[in-house]
Structures are given as structure tokens and as C-alpha cells.
Design a protein around this ligand. Structure first.
Ligand code: AVJ
Length: 322
């Protein structure tokens, strides 16, 4: 337990408060207001997201887990022995447990997450469950630069793990850049195991982001609450509404917070004006066809080696090699 704490202290790249304030202010001062979706995940936000993953309406996590369970032998044999497994946005590392249990002699597990407490808890739990695997957590915004720890046992084979279809949060060009960065990090012989949500009936997509229990709405609105707490903004939460829809042209879910009044909000000495029904775009969640994703992967220097699907073809897990 102490090792994990010490490791986390050495590898703490938690974004600076200044960066946070700047990015938020910039987003709110654009003609079309937006906020970066990575800031959903403070402690409460991460907990709300965990609740989303358990919702009947949110098919993604359940389907991905089901594919993992059904295909774990095949998946881990494709990943091969002695790899260093690096997870981008590890959260509670639930899906990872399957991998850690079935991989042959993994050298180390490196979870990277922006939410420090969440990461610490998950790492401590994993250490208890798998005492023989070296756990090397990094607290960072994984799109930023950070250094990778070197495992005691040493290994050249790096396998990145990016489940959950979080790649869907990026527009095409940033997605390509991010995947290229992973490809470089892995190097020849390495690879990426990635979860990608697929295009499907739009009513199903719509339901997943407009759940009947209203947790997604809470998750979305919590972003404003977080800004109030951490940046001292004065958003009135019940003056904003959750609005999410599938936009078939660009092939993405768009999540917005819509102002329900003409109002002003203050941040760092600046006043931000909202017209009635003006929106803040808080998240995109792109959906892919297998062909579209193969093209994106290729443009980032990856070759799609294998694709695993559920029976309904809702979700895919893919292994990309460098
Ligand atoms: C974690 C980014 C994959 O886009 O489906 C869930 C986040 N947003 N409900 C997604 C999310 C609203 C989720 N990702």
C-alpha cells in the first residue's frame, strides 16, 4: 500500500489549477460555448459515471464487459506474454481485472487517471487482488505529456488499453493525433486494445444518453457544480438543462447544457453572458462503423489485427498493432 502511495506521489501530474481555469474560461468565451469533457471526472463526477455504467439504458459498459468475458482467452492470447499493460483513463479498472487474471505473466500494470483518489483506491484494491503484479499508477490528464515508470522486471513489450469507447470523445483529427501518440509510445511489437462503440439505431443511442433515471443529466450538470466549488463560479444549477441527441451527419452524440434563462455567470473577474436557450457543448461521443475506425487507425499508424463483437454488433473491442 505504501509503495502505491509513494509511486503515485512521484507520478502525480494532476493538471494545475491555472490550466483548469484557463481552459474553462476559454471555452466559455467562445461564440459557441463549450467545456472540455475531461473535466467531468472529479470524485463525484467519477462516481456518477460509475452509476451510468450500471444503467439499463447505457448499453456500452455492459456490452464491452460481455465481449471481454466471452473472448478473454482469445484476447489475452493475441496480447501475448510478458507485456506491460498501460491503461488510459483507468477509473475503477473493472474491465481490466479480466485481463490481469488471464494475461500470461504480465510485467506490470500502469493505470493512468485524472482523478487521484479514484486512482489510488483502484490501485490499492488491485494490489490486494493481484499481489504478484506490479501496479504503477500515474495521475495525469492522459492527453498531456507524462513520463512512464520503468517496471522492476523490465519489458520492451508495451500494450496500451483504452476501453469504454472514450476515443469517441475526440473529433477526428485530435483522435488521430492521440492514437499516433499511443502508437509511438508502444513502438514496434507493441499494440493497443481499444473499445469502440459502433453506429446503430439512433433511438438506442439516444436512450443511452437520456436515461430514465436522469443520472446522465446529473453527470452533465455536475460539471457546473464542480466549477462553482473549484473555481468559484456562480452557476445556478437549476437554470440549466441537460440536452443530448444523436447527430447523424458527423456520427456523434452531442451533450449540451442549455441555459434556461437570460443570465450572467462570473469567473476570474470576467462576466459571461447567456442568452435564453443558449447552450454549452460539454461532450461529443462519436460512433464508428468498423470501416471508419479502421481508416482512423491506419491514419495513426495502426493496423487492425482483430475485432471482437457482441451478438448484436453494438460494440467492438479491437486489437491494433504498430
Ligand atoms: C466514458 C466518454 C465513453 O461518451 O459514452 C456517458 C461518457 N457521457 N454518458 C460516453 C458519458 C455521458 C462516456 N465515455
Amino acid at each position: 500500500a505504501q509503495n502505491i502511495q509513494a509511486q503515485l506521489e512521484r507520478y502525480d501530474f494532476t493538471p494545475k489549477q491555472n490550466t483548469f481555469r484557463m481552459e474553462i474560461l476559454q471555452g466559455l468565451q467562445k461564440p459557441n460555448k463549450e467545456l472540455p469533457s475531461k473535466y467531468f471526472y472529479d470524485e463525484v463526477g467519477s462516481q456518477l459515471f460509475d452509476r451510468i455504467t450500471e444503467l439499463d439504458d447505457y448499453y456500452l459498459t455492459r456490452t464491452e464487459l460481455e465481449i471481454m468475458q466471452n473472448q478473454i482467452q482469445d484476447i489475452t492470447s493475441v496480447l501475448g506474454p510478458d507485456c506491460m499493460l498501460i491503461e488510459y483513463g483507468s477509473g475503477r479498472s473493472i474491465k481490466t481485472r479480466q485481463l490481469l487474471e488471464h494475461l500470461k505473466d504480465p510485467v506490470a500494470y500502469v493505470p493512468i487517471d485524472i482523478s487521484r483518489e479514484h486512482l489510488l483506491q483502484a490501485s490499492l484494491e488491485l494490489k490486494q487482488l493481484y499481489p504478484q503484479i506490479e501496479i504503477l499508477p500515474i495521475c495525469a490528464d492522459y492527453t498531456s505529456t507524462f513520463k512512464l515508470p520503468r517496471p522492476t522486471r523490465g519489458s520492451d513489450r508495451k500494450v496500451a488499453y483504452y476501453p469504454g469507447s472514450t476515443i469517441g470523445n475526440f473529433d477526428r483529427e485530435p483522435a488521430r493525433r492521440f492514437l499516433s501518440k499511443i502508437a509511438q509510445m508502444c513502438g514496434k511489437g507493441g499494440g493497443l486494445l481499444i473499445g469502440v462503440d459502433l453506429k446503430k439505431d439512433f433511438a438506442r443511442l439516444h436512450q443511452a444518453y437520456n436515461d430514465r433515471e436522469g443520472i446522465t443529466a446529473q453527470f452533465n450538470l455536475h460539471l457546473l457544480e464542480r466549477l462553482n466549488i473549484e473555481l468559484g463560479t456562480d452557476f445556478v444549477l437549476d437554470q440549466f438543462g441537460h440536452y443530448a441527441f444523436y447527430n447523424p451527419g458527423p456520427g456523434r452524440i452531442e451533450m449540451h447544457l442549455v441555459s434556461l434563462a437570460k443570465q450572467q455567470v462570473h469567473l476570474a473577474g470576467e462576466q459571461i453572458n447567456f442568452a435564453n436557450y443558449e447552450s454549452i457543448w460539454t461532450e461529443s461521443s462519436y460512433k464508428y462503423t468498423l470501416e471508419e475506425f479502421e481508416q482512423l487507425a491506419a491514419s495513426a499508424g495502426f493496423k487492425v489485427e482483430q475485432v471482437w463483437l457482441d451478438a448484436r454488433k453494438f460494440f467492438s473491442i479491437q486489437y491494433l498493432s504498430v
